[in-house]
Design a binder for this molecule. Structure first.
Ligand code: FUL
Length: 510
């Protein structure tokens, strides 16, 4: 049954007999538009699904590229690699991976459990090409999804798996029948079954990563065929709509990423999103008029070379990683940061200590919120409902379900924070109440040392969209944002353009 939101007045609807008949046939009307005791603002469509909202809250999580390529020194295998080449020098240790990610301030992680070469890091029934058949000391008993899910649960972190739809090992991938039509053997016998097996490792997974790569110019083993293969339409070939529903029946919170995705690729692998970034549309900037909620995820490497670990791999500086954080999480995208385990099946010490350093840096720079201690003045507050208010105090109550709003028709407003003693301020974080759509299109931030004369901050940064979260360096530089800061007895946010009345649930000042 579909819920359809009407822009019609109740009286029009009551007079329109055919529409009433339609309503009886199953069209549901959004009740609060006719009887709105809480004075809830109308949504600005599109809006996120409940699972997209939950997913967004994961914000910053790790990517662990580990598998056959770790041992063959490749980024993409070709599927011909013998199982015995998977030969860890110690038992792979997903708990160590996730512990390091947690120290960096990440809330979860995604483990690659099958890359394009098709080698599975769990003993699957779908192919012989898996860890259980490696015959190596620590390889044969490896089961990454099992150990990863268990470690995540022990650490209270979110978890998910990257399972490549492209499979250079499988004889079925891209196979055609005598008439030249693609067969459905791969989708049914292999890929669907692999996803079903992975779903069994935990029903509370938050994301399943389906990479879109099909590399037509990359020769594959394909069961001994040793040839180039390609597919024409990934969504049809993998039967994605069916697969998506089937997975959601088992794991209701999983966001499918990539083919058939419910979140979008941010458009680069360098760890940045556009300063203007809508949760609709595609690429770095999204599209204000996009009709589907497609929030951005930025996948980026924390090391110097590949997604997989290679000898000579070095880890980026904490400053570089912090900049990446500001340019992704701070620009309405999530950041999935890759830290590859080495041949021992653990993260190198240099990675572990860098993650601890990053966690401390995030804590120092964005850990002490000065906003709750301020008094807040706003130019307007939405008329309260029966039991819900839209007061400015909602901005600093630490709750994501309470928010400040203006009345319908007011799309410009000011919010001023004042402290008795001057504070040193460097960053402002804004969070829209996106449950009712992304709205804000333009704002400014100013500080005042004396509480009366204000100076505009953020340099030449485009202060346009907010979305799930926007973090602004007040000195205007993501590269060297932690300077002396600004002395401020007051800080003023002016919203000057919004698709409809602006709704903010949190403002933090650091
Ligand atoms: C790409 C893949 O082809 C790379 O190997 C890597 O897994 C990256 C995250 O996604 O599309």
């Amino acid at each position: 049954m579909k819920t359809i939101f009407y822009a019609l007045a109740a009286t029009t609807l009551l007079a329109a007999t055919p529409l009433r008949a339609a309503a009886q046939d199953g069209i549901q009307l959004q009740e609060y538009q006719f009887d709105n005791p809480e004075n809830t603002p109308r949504p600005v469509f599109p809006v996120p699904t409940a699972r997209q909202l939950k997913w967004n809250e994961t914000e910053f999580y790790a990517f662990f590229h580990y598998g056959m390529n770790t041992y063959t020194d490749a980024e993409w295998g070709d599927g011909s690699e013998a199982n015995s080449r998977f030969n860890p020098t110690a038992p792979p240790n997903p708990k160590q991976w996730l512990t390091a990610a947690q120290a960096a301030g990440m809330k979860g992680g995604i483990a690659v459990v099958k890359h394009h070469d098709g080698f599975c890091l769990w003993p699957t029934k779908t192919t012989d090409h898996h860890v259980g058949n490696s015959g190596t000391k620590y390889g044969a008993t490896t089961n990454i999804p099992r150990d990863f899910a268990k470690a995540a649960e022990e650490l209270g972190m979110k978890y998910g798996f990257y399972v490549s739809p492209w499979d250079l090992n499988s004889p079925y991938w891209g196979k055609k029948d005598a008439q030249g039509n693609y067969t459905d053997e791969y989708a049914k016998k292999v890929f669907f079954e692999q996803c079903a097996e992975l779903a069994e490792f935990g029903k509370d997974q938050f994301e399943m990563w389906f990479d879109g790569a099909t590399g037509g110019d990359h020769k594959g083993y394909y069961g001994g065929a040793n040839e180039y293969r390609t597919i024409d339409n990934a969504s049809t070939y993998y039967d994605i709509p069916n697969l998506r529903d089937s997975i959601h029946n088992v794991c209701p919170d999983i966001i499918l990423w990539g083919v058939g995705g419910e979140a979008r690729w941010i458009g680069n692998e360098q760890g940045w999103a556009g300063e203007t970034n809508w949760a609709m549309g595609s690429g770095e900037y999204g599209n204000e008029s996009g009709w589907q909620w497609q929030p951005g995820e930025s996948d980026a490497k924390a090391t110097s070379k590949g997604w997989f670990w290679h000898s000579g791999e070095t880890i980026l500086s904490a400053d570089a990683l912090f900049k990446m954080y500001l340019e992704t999480v701070g620009r309405n995208a999530t950041l999935i940061l890759n830290i590859p385990p080495d041949k021992s099946g653990s993260l190198p010490n240099a990675t572990v200590s860098r993650m601890e350093e990053l966690g401390k840096m995030l804590q120092k720079r964005l850990g002490t919120d000065l906003a709750p201690a301020a008094t807040i003045e706003v130019s307007e507050t939405r008329t309260k409902g029966r039991s819900v208010n839209y007061d400015a105090s909602n901005l600093t109550d630490g709750k994501k379900d309470t928010y400040w709003a203006t009345n319908d028709g007011t799309t410009a407003a000011t919010i001023t924070f004042r402290w008795e003693e001057a504070q040193t301020v460097r960053y402002v974080a804004l969070m829209e109440y996106i449950r009712l759509g992304q709205r804000i299109k333009g704002f400014t931030i100013e500080t005042s040392e004396d509480g009366e004369n204000f100076t505009r901050r953020c340099g030449s940064i485009a202060t346009t969209t907010v979305g799930y979260k926007r973090i602004l360096p007040l000195n205007g530089s993501t590269a060297s944002s932690y300077g002396a800061g600004f002395k401020a007895k007051a800080l003023r946010i002016t919203i000057n353009d919004s698709k409809a009345c602006p709704l903010l649930h949190t403002v933090s000042i650091f």
